[in-house]
Design a protein around this ligand. Structure first.
Ligand SMILES: NC(=O)CC[C@H](N)C(=O)O
Length: 214
């Protein structure tokens, strides 16, 4: 039985845990979920989801409770599956290009991210995204069509620092007419600017579990 950890220091960790549990229930995956607050809990995990929230708070809390270094070791282990959403993506990044001073990132994902790239909370939006070019479907999930994708004070991936290992999975159009990178994969690590855990749709979590964890 593999253990999927959800970093539970701050942010939308409950929502992630609930969606993973729903996928496990519906598909009888041999997985359990663990909310991670301590190094001992982290050590029991095979995968880790770092939720959205506030990357400044997340990195500060991790440092104050002695979890920063264990986290850094964990995310650098190529046998672990890692997924950062929004603030989680910022926390995983190697470089932060805006409002960087208060965040010490784990520095494992070879991208430069711009925080709050779409503006303030009031500029949050839902985009209907077609992830089918990379997301293999699970035949037992009946939902089809575009995924309701929630962006809340979201970052974008400004630059890929290592094009040989980082694959761009998804881009959206910006109002200025150029594409913005919002999902990448680097081997065992997935980074998304958006919050699939806030949609009433478990296709994204189910794909992460099948593609990265199982
Ligand atoms: N929804 C989110 O996770 C927002 C991220 C937040 N803007 C940050 O910089 O950490």
């Amino acid at each position: 039985m593999k253990v999927v950890g959800v970093l539970a220091l701050q942010g939308a960790f409950k929502e992630h845990a609930e969606l993973v549990e729903a996928c496990v229930r519906e598909n009888q995956y041999p997985l359990t979920v663990c909310e991670v607050k301590t190094a001992e809990q982290l050590a029991s995990c095979d995968a880790l989801i770092i939720p959205g929230g506030e990357s400044t708070a997340m990195s500060l809390i991790a440092q104050r409770c002695g979890l920063f270094e264990p986290l850094q070791q964990f995310v650098k282990d190529p046998t672990k599956a890692i997924w950062g959403t929004c603030a989680g993506l910022i926390f995983l990044a190697r470089e932060i290009t805006s409002d960087a001073k208060l965040v010490t990132p784990l520095g494992v994902l070879d991208v430069a991210v711009q925080r709050n790239a779409f503006g303030r909370q009031s500029h949050s939006f839902v985009a209907q995204c077609d992830f089918s070019p990379f997301m293999t479907p699970n035949p037992s999930i009946s939902a089809t069509g575009p995924f309701p994708t929630v962006f809340i004070r979201a970052p974008v991936i400004d630059r890929v620092l290592n094009p040989e290992s980082v694959q761009i999975l998804y881009e959206i159009d910006s109002p200025a007419g150029h594409n913005l990178v919002v999902a990448v994969r680097q081997n065992n690590i997935l980074g998304t600017s958006f919050h699939p855990e806030l949609a009433d749709d478990n296709r994204f979590h189910d794909w992460f579990l099948r593609e990265f964890v199982l």
